[in-house]
Design a protein around this ligand. Sequence first.
Ligand code: ADP
Ligand code: ZN
Length: 226
Amino acid sequence: MDGASALTCAPILILLGPPGAGKGTQARMLQERFGLVQLSTGDLLRAAVAAGTEAGRAAEQVMKAGGLVSDEIVLAVLTERLAQDDCARGVVLDGFPRTTAQAEALDAMLAAGGQRISAVISLDVDAARMVQRVAGRFTCGGCGEGYHDDFKPTRTPGICDACGSEEMTRRTDDTARTAMARLDAYAAETAPLIDYYDRSGTLSRVDAMGAIDRIAADIARLVNGA
Ligand code: ADP
Ligand code: ZN
């Protein structure tokens, strides 16, 4: 069976929401719970930057400034990743699409393979509180556990509660200034996608301001019903 037909029945989920809404956290939980592949264009682009590829060199400064990387580059890295075999299990897209052009390109790509989006889930948050969430966050380099200076510090400063690693990493774009630019980009370019998917009947909304596990349960209910 080729890759395209293998994907036909596999779920294709999209998580929408501003920076800091918890898309990455929830996508990782969906990966665990439903065996889906988390596809984060932010992660793919950061990998391209780290590897120094042509796409990475073109994306680096834009990402540092909190702007949106060009649709062309984003579509190129995403298409390459989607073509890999594991994606046939089903995917959860985290951080893509972010523009109407990307949403239209995805629709066209899926239609060409006889597939369609299973569900689009909007993580509804209080946008005014996202800068503080994003600006204080950091991740364990050993196991990937997420932390926050104010909301979820490690029990012992500098040491991961989960695995004991002392290797904490912070994204270079998780500063207050860049977070503000990312929120502006979200409001201008990505928020209109809520209407876009609402019109096609695929949109569901989840209150994403509460406890992570409650939000995950709400999302799981939607996925099971999709
Ligand atoms: P967040 O959702 O917290 O902003 P991401 O890791 O999804 O973080 O994205 C980080 C950066 O990568 C964005 O600010 C943007 O520059 C770039 N990026 C990621 N996905 C896209 C996309 N689909 N279109 C354009 N730029 C993107
Ligand atoms: Zn750890």
